[in-house]
Design a protein around this ligand. Structure first.
Ligand SMILES: [Zn+2]
Length: 368
């Protein structure tokens, strides 16, 4: 099957998290030259395909077959790929069945690779991601099958195909601060302890403040307030309690302890509590890593562009490989309609993505 036919076939599966809708049976049969391992956990399906060509490095392509629900506002059926000119419209067109189609065909057609090629697919990336890539990596570690290098084919390009790859991702830390006071009458502020007035003076030192200066790989970690609530939506009662929620997309220079110290510096004179939850840890792959260098040159060969190395944006499953110390990069099509109605990509981008992966595979086993 050519890459576009394969792509359109994948788009017809209604693989809304965590249901693969039979896509993995199809892919397993399609990739018959690879040994297949199914690592299913509860309702989540995971598929690992592997082929050993020789004793060289193990290169793995990773991704997810699941998509978010279509929602309203589509001009055609979200699971019937529709062509308009060079564009293909369907849920998952960018995120990320284009990437999956491209690496399946590139791997399928690989010849004379010197090491091991593998493909890791989950149906649990858009959900809570607890039984997907994490569980497959635990299994691969036990089986001594962990890859040396990983390419996650998430859509990474910003405005032009080839303009950006991700070599890491920021972490994410959520926090809730509760500040207690004493409720009272607005006419007698001296008899109450109004937590809104208490925090008003320190807000300028918190809101949007950078917790570090960033570095060559990461933007500064910023303290972003997402919610402040107190009171009963009336004008004559001052509140007895205030709740502030915040998020920090953190670089490797700021961790949980730094945030605890930062909050304490300003709240220490007050009666407060802090709950912190780290939902993702930051990771970065060295810019001189073999996988980064080969990805840059493959993109250059196909697009004649010097790609930007980025760590911006939200989290992805790439972070789980980062935790095993595996050098990981992400590259895929432009990501301007992900999770939106009428999600779309172009035939040219998908074909070019497949060519980039062809070249990457070809050059990867030629020394370093
Ligand atoms: Zn995705």
């Amino acid at each position: 099957m050519d890459t576009i036919s394969l792509f359109e076939k994948l788009l017809t599966f209604k693989s809304i998290t965590p249901d693969d809708d039979g896509a993995f049976d199809f892919i397993e049969a399609y990739m018959s030259g690879f040994e297949a391992k199914r690592i299913d956990v509860d309702e989540v399906k995971n598929l690992f395909l592997v082929k050993k060509f020789g004793d060289g490095d193990h290169l793995c392509f990773a991704g997810h077959i699941d998509v978010v629900p279509p929602g309203d506002g589509w001009s055609s059926d979200a699971f019937e790929p529709t062509r308009v000119g060079d564009e293909i419209i369907a849920r998952g067109a960018q995120d990320m069945k284009s990437g999956v189609a491209a690496f399946l065909n590139a791997s399928c057609e690989a010849e004379n690779f010197k090491g091991t090629l593998s493909i890791l697919l989950t149906s649990d990336e858009e959900g809570d991601a607890k039984n997907g890539t994490i569980k497959v990596l635990e299994y691969l570690k036990e089986e001594n099958l962990l890859p040396d290098f990983v390419v996650v084919a998430e859509p990474t390009c910003e405005s032009v195909f080839g303009d950006s790859i991700k070599i890491g991702r920021r972490g994410s830390i959520n926090g809730i601060i509760e500040k207690l006071g004493t409720q009272g009458h607005a006419a007698y502020p001296e008899k109450a302890n109004n937590p809104i007035h208490k925090i008003a003076a320190i807000l300028p030192y918190l809101a949007g403040i950078n917790l570090d200066n960033g570095d060559e790989n990461f933007a500064p970690s910023q303290f972003v307030i997402t919610d402040i609530r107190a009171g009963m939506e009336v004008t004559n009662v001052t509140p007895g309690k205030l709740k502030m929620m915040f998020n920090v997309r953190n670089s490797t220079k700021t961790d949980k302890k730094d945030i605890i110290d930062f909050v304490h510096k300003y709240f220490k004179e007050m009666d407060y509590s802090l709950i912190l939850n780290q939902s993702a840890k930051p990771f970065v792959t060295n810019q001189n890593s073999k996988i980064v260098r080969h990805m840059i040159s493959a993109i250059k060969e196909v697009t004649d562009k010097t790609t930007k190395l980025s760590t911006a944006g939200g989290t992805s499953d790439a972070r789980f490989f980062g935790e095993y110390g595996i050098d990981t990069v992400e590259f895929g099509v432009i990501n301007d309609t992900i999770h939106a109605p009428n999600e779309r990509t172009t035939v040219k981008e998908v074909e070019d993505l497949k060519r980039v992966f062809d070249i990457l595979i070809r050059n990867f086993s030629k020394g370093d």
